[in-house]
Ligand binder design. Structure first.
Ligand SMILES: *Cc1c(COP(=O)(O)O)cnc(C)c1O
Length: 378
């Protein structure tokens, strides 16, 4: 099946009891056994639920992965992957990871005996140099949040595999519509389904996918043992969103390019970072491994913190909000919002300047988004 068809149809059968074309919300905690030792495949919703099972089959089909486990959030999905490691193990991670991911690594998992080295994974040789005898996982994002650094998945996979280490990719920004990391050699794919996969700012959720049955059995075990599972209703909403993923990502990408081009020639804008622009250092790699460039843009204003604050407070259509990847255009000021917890020195060292603006371009008319930015920049 083509990708567009998989988004609509993969994993979804008419409901076996009624023929309902949309899988019902099985809002049930437990299931009645037919007799001792004989159930219908479900016993308790922490372990498995029919609506969640449909979502997991659908996501597997869309990503092209043999297995999928869904979680209550993107963060609990990352946590589930990391909990397969043991105290004493080491992880090499992209340096510009989602703020919540570095917080989980540094403030929680580090206390449980894991250690982390952060490198700019757009240089695969830096990943290679950071690998130690006790490294058990390479973890990257591409494109990254918020600087949109692009990593060559095949090249990083080769480096990790040469050392016998699996590569995990947080593919939230790209989604399977634009990049399918398993096809480029990655071993594990993780998504915050909160973002583009559900796409409508309605739920918090996460997913872990792979072709490795033994690894995926560990994900099931964590769903059952820790219980960070999505509700049946959230699974149902995610299924509804997933059907339009391909259409939405095409529009996000088209609008992203139009807005990036507009910003790149604006006199008040110092720098625009968008993987679709030739000026982006990762443009060639992005073009090779992605089918389009998505809806995430970051840009820097001339005029520092004040200019950033003034833009944020002047937009009307663009919503000042912390999330991304939904149909509505959202604008964020990392210095005072998503990355306010990061000490200023460290922020600046990472390239997160005071005037950096992150834009999640929605699927409204690009003309209206540009008109809003244009009025606000004046
Ligand atoms: C949002 C996000 C997460 C965390 O997901 P939640 O669903 O908010 O828990 C992880 N990685 C990336 C790249 C994200 O954008």
């Amino acid at each position: 099946m083509h990708f567009d068809t998989r988004c609509v149809r993969a994993g979804v059968q008419p409901d076996p009891t009624t023929g309902a074309i949309v899988p019902p919300i099985y809002q049930s905690a437990t299931y009645v056994l037919e007799e001792v030792g004989r159930d219908k495949g479900f016993d308790y919703t922490r372990s498995s639920n029919p609506t969640r099972a449909v979502l997991e089959a659908a996501l597997s089909g869309v990503e092209g992965a043999a297995h999928c486990a869904t979680f209550a959030s993107g963060m609990s999905a990352v946590d589930a992957v990391l909990r397969t490691l043991d105290a004493g193990d080491h992880v090499v991670s992209s340096d510009d990871v989602y703020g919540g991911v570095s917080r989980l690594f540094n403030t929680i998992l580090a206390r449980h005996g894991l250690s982390f080295t952060y490198v700019d994974s757009s240089f695969p040789e830096r990943v290679a140099d950071a690998i130690r005898p006790n490294t058990r996982l390479v973890w990257i994002e591409t494109p990254t949040n918020p600087l949109l650094k692009v990593s060559d998945v095949a090249a990083v996979a080769a480096v990790a595999h040469a050392a016998g280490i699996p590569l995990g990719v947080d593919s939230t920004f790209a989604t399977p519509a634009l990049l399918r990391p398993l096809e480029w050699g990655a071993d594990i794919v993780m998504h915050s389904t909160t973002k583009y996969l559900s796409g409508h700012n309605q739920i918090i959720g996460g997913a872990v996918l792979s072709d490795d049955a033994a690894f995926q059995e560990k994900m099931r075990y964590q769903q059952k043992s820790i219980g960070a599972i999505p509700s049946p209703f959230d699974c149902w909403l995610t299924l509804a969103g997933l059907k339009t993923l391909s259409l939405r990502m095409a529009r996000h990408s088209e609008n992203g390019m139009a807005v990036a081009r507009y910003l790149s020639v604006h006199s008040k804008v110092a720098r625009v970072t968008y993987p679709g622009l030739k000026s982006h250092p990762g443009h060639a790699v992005a073009k090779q491994q992605m089918s389009a460039f998505g809806g995430m843009i970051s840009f820097e204003l001339k005029g520092g913190l004040e200019a950033g604050r003034s833009l944020m407070n002047s937009v009307r259509l663009c919503s000042l909000a912390e999330s991304l990847g939904a149909v509505e255009t959202m604008i964020t000021h990392p210095a005072t919002m998503t990355h306010a917890d990061v000490p200023r020195e460290e922020r600046l060292a990472r390239g997160l300047t005071d005037s950096l603006v992150r834009l999640s371009v929605g699927i409204e008319s690009a003309d209206d988004i540009i008109a809003d930015l244009d009025a606000a920049l004046h």
